[in-house]
Design a protein around this ligand. Structure first.
Ligand SMILES: C[S@@+](CC[C@H](N)C(=O)[O-])C[C@H]1O[C@@H](n2cnc3c(N)ncnc32)[C@H](O)[C@@H]1O
Length: 275
């Protein structure tokens, strides 16, 4: 397993000895799935303590069928899937502000030599207005990768007004000192910036990464990896497979269970036993 480049060990106590206040911070355990709010979790990690963040936040899809509430799109398979503990339905401007807060916190954690791999789809409510640009405005975007998911559940109904949206973006947001890690360089040269990776179907989480996509993201990071919106923990599985240390976090306890099951399976496979 790789160490944090700052050499942090799990559960270290950090003491801030500024004259005005004493702050004792318990640094969260590495290679563990934490449950809580993404930004609060990130604030509990010291500046510069991860080398890369690979993540996909909720897309503000407004499913609203949780807990007996009806979906806005009851006939859509895509819209029928829902997160366990929240509606994913913020007012658009609030969603943008939240995601910008997240990106600022992410920058604090990765510093000048780290990277943020930020996957986000379009707004479902309004395909024309690209809110992604508003979210990432003024952040140091090194490159934008197009992820071609192969097909879409959104076929636009009987009288479609749109073509099925099949791509998402992965923003590579990086400080000046970030470089593509040498280890997988020959492999990366073949990827280019359009990735054809079929969306995941065999995962009970409503919006998981395909493992192949998560592996590419992790390979772009040179050290400790964080996914603060971890869901079923695909980034953690990729990190485990590739021998990286990681932090995972999600607000939903149920998804931690999904990850732990996958991790046990992954380790079992390595030892020749499968669930
Ligand atoms: C697009 S999914 C991520 C899926 C993940 N990439 C995977 O492979 O399973 C977004 C996740 O964000 C979580 N989430 C939503 N609001 C959150 C918050 N405030 N803090 C932490 N996690 C949150 C949801 O529970 C959901 O699992």
């Amino acid at each position: 397993m790789k160490e944090s480049r700052l050499g942090f060990r799990p559960m270290l106590l950090e003491v801030d000895e500024t004259p005005k206040k004493w702050l004792v911070r318990v640094i969260p355990e590495m290679n563990t799935y934490h449950v809580g709010d993404a930004i609060q979790f990130m604030r509990s990690l010291p500046k510069g303590s991860v080398d890369g963040i690979a993540t996909s936040p909720p897309y503000n899809k407004a499913f609203r069928n949780r807990g007996g509430h009806k979906s806005n799109w009851p006939n859509s398979k895509l819209m029928a899937a829902n997160y366990a503990e929240f509606d994913d339905d913020l007012p658009p401007e609030k969603y943008i502000r939240w995601q910008r807060r997240f990106l600022r916190e992410a920058q604090r954690l990765v510093g000048e030599d780290g990277v943020i791999l930020y996957n986000i789809g379009r707004s479902i409510k309004n395909l024309n207005e690209d809110r992604r640009e508003k979210i990432v405005k003024d952040f140091p975007i090194r490159q934008t990768v197009i992820w071609n998911r192969g097909s879409s559940n959104n076929q636009g109904g009987k009288h479609p007004t749109i073509l099925p949206p099949i791509y998402e973006l992965i923003y590579i947001i990086a400080g000046k000192k970030w470089r593509i890690p040498q280890q997988y360089l020959s492999e990366m040269r073949k990827w280019g910036d359009v990735w054809h990776i079929k969306f995941e179907t065999g995962n009970p989480h409503p919006a998981p990464f395909p493992l192949a996509l998560a592996e590419r993201m992790v390979k772009l990071i040179d050290g400790v990896v964080l996914d603060p919106f971890a869901g079923s923990g695909t980034i953690g599985i990729a990190a485990e497979r590739l021998g990286y240390s990681y932090y995972l976090n999600d607000k939903t306890e149920e998804y931690k269970g999904m990850f732990e099951k996958r991790l046990a399976n992954e380790r079992g496979m390595r030892n020749g036993i499968q669930d």
